[in-house]
Design a protein around this ligand. Structure first.
Ligand code: HEC
Ligand code: HEC
Length: 411
């Protein structure tokens, strides 16, 4: 078994290596002083996984589970890139199992989701707002729900139906293991078998490998390492309300020694006015807009509520843990460089032409939804001609701080 797993892993890991992982994941703008961070070396701690978690691992890396075969969860969620990667495209969105078939969203990290709340709402700044859920629009409530999606999504793994997927597992190399965990007759009941598949994957995604808390930031919080002056400045700019105010959404609890309190997201939804990405094939259709939250169709099968125009253009706040490894950035993968993602916040409102070359601010949103984009709260409150919210050095400081969020730090 151990032998087989090595083979599986090396197969998957060999793919990005062979296609030049470093050349395709951060297109560095010359001013950025950004070197591609080394990939993450993930220890799955296989001997200590429960049988269910281990089965989840097999499923996650199994490239036979797509139609046609060749694509696994790990093709888009590559461990060395903190479980992102878009199946190695360079256009900001993922390539599906069929040649030339692309999705419309950038692959988020599958890390640090074990504590993600179900879709619901929280009170923030005195207002009740939507929060929680998985996917950029929160349509899945749990990791189990989520794992159902990609297998049958025509733009991803493209299986026609549950029996087709289960047949691949029943005839595969770990079918006996599947029986041992889920019962002798599990493959006779495709729906129950699918529940077993998603429960196994979710169990694997809740293991330590997906939430190691081993970044420099974590060591500093535990009192086992010290930030450099620049990192410390970056953290300050990140949290201070009148500067970045980033932590109002990307939560950090500096007072706690428990890094789990700092997931760098409060799971709320916001319209940032992210520029339209003309790299996305679907965006050549001018009438297509990804509206995010207001088009959310719950995976649970629950009837979606009536469309709420105030929720159009809103996307989930992602964690920033391992952000140096998870480019491109934003739901549409518009930015290849982390520095650009930060600079966007600094000058969206003072120098909009830089971000919207067509001269139309918030050009990925129909005009009737522009009011959903915050232009009042820092860092968004400035106007053209004013000084940027963050100057170049301050942007650099924040980027340097964000690079302390990469796991695998050795103090
Ligand atoms: C073709 C690329 C691709 C494949 C294959 C794929 N994913 Fe994803 N994954 C994505 C994209 C893109 C999203 C975001 C989609 C959206 O928000 O609508 C996503 C979202 C997720 C999320 C939610 C992350 C968050 O922050 O909410 C998880 C968890 C996840 N995928 C796990 C998996 C698992 C498990 C599999 C295999 C069963 C898988 N993915 C297969 C591209 C892929
Ligand atoms: C009002 C809430 C809010 C504030 C304040 C905020 N962010 Fe974000 N952040 C978001 C949301 C929502 C997204 C996803 C937006 C999208 O995809 O369109 C995001 C995305 C990002 C991303 C890309 C993440 C990824 O995985 O693609 C980075 C990097 C980032 N933010 C950094 C920052 C920094 C640095 C600041 C402060 C200067 C900041 N954010 C302030 C809500 C916020």
């Amino acid at each position: 078994m151990v032998h087989m797993r090595r083979k599986l892993l090396s197969l998957v890991l060999a793919v990005p290596a062979a296609t030049g992982i470093f050349s395709c994941f951060l297109t560095v703008s010359p001013s950025a002083q950004e070197k591609p961070a080394p990939g993450l070396a993930v220890d799955f701690d296989e001997p200590n996984l429960t049988p269910r978690e281990r089965l989840g691992m097999r499923l996650f890396f199994d490239t036979r589970l797509s139609e046609p075969a060749g694509q696994a969860c790990a093709s888009c969620h590559d461990p060395s890139r903190a479980f992102t990667g878009n199946n190695n495209t360079t256009i900001g969105v993922a390539l599906g199992s069929r040649p030339g078939v692309f999705g419309t969203r950038d692959t988020p990290t599958a890390m640090y989701l074990a504590a993600a709340p179900r879709f619901g709402s929280i009170v923030k700044d005195g207002k009740r707002v939507p929060a929680g859920g998985l996917f950029w629009d929160g349509r899945a409530d749990t990791l189990e729900d989520q794992a159902r999606g990609p297998f049958f999504n025509a733009l991803e793994m493209n299986n026609p139906d549950t029996p087709a997927l289960i047949a691949k597992i029943a005839t595969g190399p770990y079918a006996a293991e599947f029986h041992r965990v889920w019962g002798d007759d599990i493959f006779d009941k495709p729906d129950a078998a699918l529940d077993a598949v998603t429960a196994s994957i979710a169990a694997f995604e809740r293991t330590r490998a997906f939430q190691p808390f081993t970044s420099k930031f974590d060591y500093v919080m535990r009192g086992q390492a010290k930030f450099t002056e620049q990192e410390q400045r970056g953290l300050g700019l990140f949290t201070i309300r009148q500067k970045g105010n980033c932590a109002s959404c990307h939560i950090v609890d500096e007072a706690s020694r428990d890094p789990a309190k700092s997931l760098f997201t409060d799971f709320t939804y916001h319209a940032l006015g992210t520029p339209r990405s003309m790299r996305i094939p679907k965006n050549t259709d001018a009438s297509f807009n990804d509206l995010g939250l207001c088009d959310r169709v719950p995976m649970s099968g629950a009837k979606p509520p009536a469309k709420d125009a105030a929720q159009c253009g809103l996307f989930k706040t992602p964690t920033l843990r391992n952000i140096a490894l998870t480019g491109p950035y934003m739901h549409n993968g518009i930015f290849d460089s982390l520095r650009d993602a930060v600079a966007f916040y600094a000058t969206r409102d003072t120098d909009p032409k830089k971000w919207y070359p067509d001269g139309r601010k918030f050009n990925d949103l129909p005009a009737q939804y522009h009011a959903n984009v915050d232009v009042e709260t820092p860092p968004y409150q400035r106007r053209p001609g004013q000084r940027p919210q963050l100057n170049d050095e301050e942007i650099d400081d924040i980027v340097v701080f964000l690079r302390t969020l990469t796991d695998g730090y050795k103090p």
